[in-house]
Design a protein around this ligand. Structure first.
Ligand code: HEC
Length: 132
């Protein structure tokens, strides 16, 4: 893990430290146990399903990206968390692509869309990175 963090310095170092204490590597395997996150499951995930899942799921045009939804919010959370930066929510890959920045899927959300605010607020509530 130390090697990985060093190799992927930059915003990646935030990712390995994200998530409530104890989720990552608690058992030494590096596997993240599913986390209870009602805001993600009830508010954010339905937006992603409604607005992204057609393409970002198996068989969709975005199936070969790091962002593939399975329909299981709890299982997908860890993957979505890797696409966001709590210290700079608007700079999250998830929101940049959703607003059309460098995205073959085009602009799905505008920054004044209530769904954008819901996602942004969830991201900013995630634990902040504490890089060394
Ligand atoms: C019309 C189909 C379509 C929709 C709808 C769509 N996307 Fe995409 N998305 C793509 C395709 C195709 C790619 C791969 C090419 C690219 O990176 O633009 C992609 C790539 C991505 C990536 C990966 C970028 C990377 O650099 O690895 C992210 C993140 C993403 N989309 C987020 C979203 C989000 C969030 C939504 C919903 C709010 C969404 N997309 C909706 C088609 C779509």
């Amino acid at each position: 893990m130390v090697f990985l963090s060093a190799a992927l310095l930059g915003w990646a170092c935030a990712d390995f430290r994200r998530g409530p204490a104890g989720d990552a590597s608690a058992d030494g395997t590096g596997e993240r146990a599913p986390i209870d996150d009602p805001v993600f499951e009830n508010d954010v995930y339905p937006i992603l399903q409604a607005r992204c899942q057609d393409c970002h799921s198996k068989g969709g045009s975005g199936e070969y990206t790091p962002y593939v939804l399975t329909g299981d919010a709890k299982a997908d959370r860890a993957m979505v968390v890797m696409l966001v930066s709590p210290s700079f929510p608007e700079g999250s890959l998830l929101l940049l692509r959703a607003t059309g920045y460098d995205h073959l899927g085009g602009q799905i959300l505008s920054v004044d869309d209530p769904d954008y605010a819901t996602i942004q607020s969830w991201i900013s509530g995630l634990p902040q990175a504490t890089c060394p």
